[in-house]
Design a protein around this ligand. Sequence first.
Ligand code: SF4
Length: 254
Amino acid sequence: MTNWDLGVSMRGESGPAAIVRAAVEEALSGEKDEGKYISPSSLARGCMLYVAREILGFPKPPLEPRIKRMFEVGIEGHRRIERYLRRMSLAQEVFFQDDRYRIKGYCDALIFIPPSLSEEHSGLYAVEIKTTGSWEFGRIEDEGPREDHRRQLMIYIWGLKRYYGLPIRGGIAFYEDRDSLEHRLFDVPYDEPLMEELLGKVEGMWGALRKGRLPDDHPPLEHWVHRYCPYLDICEVGKEALEYQREDMLGQYY
Ligand code: SF4
């Protein structure tokens, strides 16, 4: 039994204070090697081959300066949008961790809609913030949140429920057009079957890695995700996918 379990610190603190002290000291010690965890954004891509390569530390090509700048603009946009939510925001960058599936990350924001604003919808919601270019924003307005963004919200809701035991009512996808600064928000209800399927894939991936091989689990060849994957240059499936897509496109013209 640890001091955490006893709720008693060496300084005689007890209860929650002792637990928080232990957490702070553990964070400051930086000594604990917890091994590899899957990040929500990686898992949300929906490719277990990608996730496995990341876990194994396969190198990625360096980001172009333009892409780096876009990331920086995205991070600044996140901070600004988080400020817009402050009248109902309980926390930003909310940590969660799951040791069974080895998934760890941060939810962009956890908000609470108070009963004074809506009796019907009052409660906790996980928020995913995305800034996009105009073309993508227009497509999202027409078609709704991207499948990887929906998946990321499911992972947030699942992770927050499991780690904190919180009754999260659902998710909200918050998009900002980087060019016009227009906003578009979507309700994204929790999808239990989708999350169970994803967790089954995660178990399969860890099983393959334990046997010393890469998982044979990736999106279909026609999926757009291969084109934007940093492992494309070393991935036979990705190359096959691009060839398939090229032939498919040519087939539409001839
Ligand atoms: S190129 Fe495609 S199959 Fe290969 S790791 Fe990337 S997303 Fe997965």
